[in-house]
Design a protein around this ligand. Sequence first.
Ligand code: 5RP
Length: 229
Amino acid sequence: MNVDDCKRAAAHLAASLVKPGMVVGLGTGSTAAFMIERLGERVAKEGLKIQAIPTSEESTKLARAAGIPITTFADHSVVDITIDGADEVERKTLHLIKGLGAALLREKIVAQASRRFVVIVDVTKPVDQLGQRVPVPVEVVPFGYEATAARLEAMGAKVIRPRRHLTGELLTTDNGNRILDCAFGPIDDVQALAARLDGTVGVVEHGLFPNMATDVLVATEREVEQWAP
Ligand SMILES: O=C(CO)[C@H](O)[C@H](O)COP(=O)(O)O
C-alpha cells in the first residue's frame, strides 16, 4: 500500500461511522478528500441522508461535486461527527497539529462544535512530540502581520511566510487572513504554548488542537488502527 492507499483506507473506515440523519463536519486536505468522495458514494448508492458543514471552500466544492447536501451553523449549532486529517498526532496524548492546508480556523470551529471528532491519518503523521516534524501554522490578521511575526519570533519560533505554489503570492486563507508557519521545534507543553498563542494580539487562531480528537484512525500498510484518548 502506498501513502494514498493508507489515506483512503482510514477515510473509508471513518466514512462508515456516519449514520443517516447526521450533521457531518467535512475536513480539508488530501485525506479528507477521500472521505468526502466516499460519503458522496454512500449518498448516491445507499441513499444516505446527511447534511454537511465543510471546513473550507475547497471541501465545499468537493462536497457539492460529490452530491452531499451542505448546511451551515445558522441551521445546526451541533455537529454529530466531524472527520478531518492532521499534520501531526502526538502518540501519547492525541494532541494534534493541523492547518498546513490553511483551513485551521474553520476546522477548529467545526471540530469544537462536534460531538465526535474523528481524525484520519496515514502512518507518517504520528510523532512522539508535536512540532518535531512540522511547524505550527498560525492564522493572523493582515494588518501589522509583520509585527505579529516578530512577536512570534520572540516567543522562539522560526517564522516562515508560506506562498502559493503556482503564483508565489503570500498565502491568504478563506477568511482573508494570512498564515505564518511557526517552527518551535519539539513542544514540551502544548497547552501552555496554545495559551500563549491564544493571548497574542493579531493571532486569529493556531494549529495546535490539544484534547480535541475523540478518535484517531491511523492507517498502516496492514490495517487501520483505532486510537482513543
Ligand atoms: O489541517 C489540514 C488542512 O488545514 C489538513 O487536515 C492537514 O494538512 C492534513 O492534510 P493531508 O490529509 O493532505 O495530509
